[in-house]
Design a protein around this ligand. Sequence first.
Ligand code: CS2
Length: 474
Amino acid sequence: MRLSNLTLAQVRAPVRTPAYDRTATRVGVVHFGPGAFHRAHQAWYFDRMLAWQPDLAICAVSLRSPDVRDALAPQNGLYALAEKEADPAVQVIGSIAEVLVAPEDPEAVFARLDQARYVTSTVTEKGYCLTTGGELDLGHPDIRRDLETPGRPVSLVGWITEALRRCKAAGRPPFTTISCDNLSDNGLKLRRGVIRFAEARGEVDLAAWIEAKAAFPCSMVDSITPATDDALREQVAAALGLTDAWPVQRERFVQWVVEDSLGADAALFARAGVTVARAVAPFERAKLRLLNGAHSTLAYAGLDLGHETVSGAMGDPRLASFVERMMRQDVAPSLDAPELDVPAYVGEVLTRFRNPAIVHRLSQIAWDGSQKLRFRLLETASEALAAGRPVDRLAVGVAAWMRFVVRQHRAGAALVDPLADTLAAVAASCDGSDADVDRFLALESVFPPALVGQHPFRSAAAHAYADLEAALKL
Ligand code: CS2
């Protein structure tokens, strides 16, 4: 038997089930991107809030694939979340009221957006359609398409702008949009993108209204969430006594820091465990540069050395001590986070990476490298150069990514990356020499020109590209 509203009461103890009556809840949140991360993170926070505030159920919107809807619709949106620790715990999350697939029925999505108090998003870095300078890329195919047919958007920016236009036309106050992706200044970038898009649509009044009235708080999200596998499905079925087509898993650690433009809801978010902060940037920089920067470095260098998982790579002293040196000596000096005990934070992140209950595949982290490197390593390297600090270790993950792209190409393995075709063409022209590094560095949509022009960065990348093992001794 399968998990659903009908079978919920049969879920076995000690699995926790929603602490509220689901039939009494109402959609107040529209979320774009109902992947595993959203379901393990924001949906868990809203599940807690629903116990005190019934009008914050989620309408989850998939911009393309029907897969999550197909898995969760027969379950009435219910699914299990497993915490992977030495003492594992499983709970059933009830905050997702429905999953919509945007292209199938755009008006149904707009109807939900009409009643939304919050719009949240986990569409990954590429979903923001930004240039390397962090501005909306008006030449991006999705943005061009949305400018042609703004009433049937395909991009996040297109959806939010059209929904806000409808709010304004109906005389309603705008919803608050919370970006939950791993981008520096995510809220600011999304806000600028939406305003820019409204202007490009010729909607100058709308752009001014959004600028004056709509809130786009920045947010930092954190919880290690490996992809779902059959082992998880089995573990969950045994715990629940029911099957679940798409459970999710994460570590117990979970953090969400949201910039305080939540008005009266700030107390509710805080009660659910959200850190409501005046400034998110210090938290966000620390997390992106320390955790995600180390993750990507471990992924590309670890795969090169034959490892498969994060905890496996952390068992290799060459990698573990390298990322620790990079975090403490190269990343920490780039942070201005007086409220954060950075040395202790580094220690916690390394302990989390070692969690033996988590099987986090390096290949999962390796996805979308062309989009991730900027926020995780390149911005840190640019600032280090400007401050006269070395970039040798910061360039290692970048060079390991280049090696990864070439290796995948030679093995005939597909690259999961929006720039896959461009990267394959670069890899095809690589011959293992120093010149390969220049070929990669010439990719303007990956590398900011100001960084590429700097000799120390180029030579550090070339050194690590030529001999990764030697570079790991740095
Ligand atoms: C990871 C992140 O896949 C990746 O790129 O670095 O998903 C990471 O696990 C999360 O940001 C942790 O909060």
